[in-house]
Write a protein that binds this ligand. Structure first.
Ligand code: SF4
Length: 379
């Protein structure tokens, strides 16, 4: 049964959460940061990314682009290369576009209101609340996956979090808890200062490290005596989602034409995944190809090869890359072609294999180039 109507319960939750955070807060390089540019940078990097994975990228971007103008003036290929391996590449494109907008349209001034921050490209409700709160002490509660999980479990809320009603309910509850926390007197024993954003930091840290998705540490939880999910043994079924996400499966065959020591790459420009990243010549098929015979039947491949002499050197085992809505299954086919071989369509760049590191590739290609996955099958 949900337990969301008692002011005493709200107060209990807020006090226990802040006390927990006094002891267990996670030190991070961006915590306590007041520079809105750096707060924004950290928040964009951390979207859909674990802290451990995002941390080196934050340090890299902060060092390469100490100000928003530095980021705005950087070449796009360089920004994409620095982002390489972090995934969700639309974030990098939006980051760069937004830096240009702030530098050139807003004359270098980061917006100072929630609405202004929310209007930036790539900034949703959660990110706007986080920046407004961490950089400017504005009273906006964050609601991310951690918050949905903690609140749905503690209060026993079964409203699906991916519905309009659910989003509204959790946003209102989070805001009420934020305001109650904000009205608490500062703790003189606390090891950390008492900024207004403490509640936001506390609930995100608590969700990330204590009330975790698969194995919440209920036995050592300071809130367990009033936690509905714990008392009713429902931690495994909360939060509730209304629909299961179906991932579209796609089969990518990458052809690596070895012409002496050179191979061919091209920038992905179409509106699809991995826009502005580089790739090898691609043939997408509607099923997994487990034999090289498809190379002699596929029309695009035949157009590329024309009358040139070629032979298959090797192929890779299929490799998966999971994206939010798609699963990519990539197979790499290495072909040796003659010295006069040319890809006739526009945009192909012949590059020495040793120079492939200069291009930003999707993760699955990067792993292949660096031979970090399954051994190649030799013919
Ligand atoms: S008791 Fe368990 S489920 Fe409830 S808030 Fe604590 S860690 Fe989360």
């Amino acid at each position: 049964m949900a337990n969301t109507d008692s002011q005493a319960t709200y107060l209990f939750f807020a006090k226990k959460l802040l006390e927990w955070h006094d002891v267990h807060h996670r030190p991070m390089p961006w915590k306590g940061e007041r520079n809105p540019y750096l707060v924004w940078l950290s928040e964009i990097i951390l979207q859909q990314t674990r802290v451990e994975q995002g941390l080196p990228y934050f340090e890299r971007f902060k060092a390469a682009y100490p100000t928003v103008a530095d980021l705005a003036n950087a070449p796009e290929d360089e920004v994409m290369k620095n982002w390489e391996g972090l995934g969700y590449y639309s974030r990098a494109r939006n980051l760069h576009a937004t830096a240009k907008h702030i530098a050139y349209v807003l004359n270098g001034s980061f917006p100072t209101t929630y609405e202004g921050i929310r209007s930036l490209k790539g900034v949703g409700d959660y990110t706007a609340a986080a920046i407004a709160s961490f950089a400017y002490d504005l009273p906006h509660a964050v609601v991310d996956g951690n918050v949905y999980r903690v609140l749905s479990r503690f209060f026993g809320i079964e409203t699906p979090i991916d519905t309009t009603a659910g989003k509204k309910q959790f946003a209102q509850l989070a805001q009420q808890l934020f305001e109650i926390s904000d009205s608490q007197p500062p703790n003189p024993q606390s090891a950390i200062p008492n900024p207004k954003s403490k509640y936001n930091q506390a609930i995100m840290d608590f969700g990330a490290t204590h009330c975790t998705p698969a194995a919440p540490k209920c036995k050592t939880c300071p809130m367990s005596e009033q936690c509905v999910a714990f008392l009713e043994k429902r931690t495994g079924s909360l939060p509730v989602k209304s629909k299961k996400m179906e991932r579209r499966q796609r089969f990518f065959n990458y052809l690596i034409f070895n012409r002496l020591n050179e191979v061919f790459v091209k920038k992905r420009s179409e509106k699809d995944i991995w826009q502005n990243l580089y790739e090898f010549p691609l043939i997408e098929t509607d099923s997994l190809q487990d034999s090289h015979h498809f190379l002699t039947k596929d029309k695009t491949c035949q157009a590329w090869l024309g009358d040139s002499d070629w032979r298959l050197l090797r192929s890779s085992a299929p490799q998966r890359q999971e994206l939010t809505h798609q699963r990519i299954v990539a197979t790499f086919w290495e072909l040796e072609v003659s010295a006069d071989f040319l890809l006739k369509e526009n945009g192909w760049i012949a590059t020495e294999r040793e120079k492939l590191d200069n291009f930003a590739f999707p993760r699955v290609i990067d792993l292949y180039i660096n031979q970090k996955f399954l051994p190649l099958e030799l013919f």
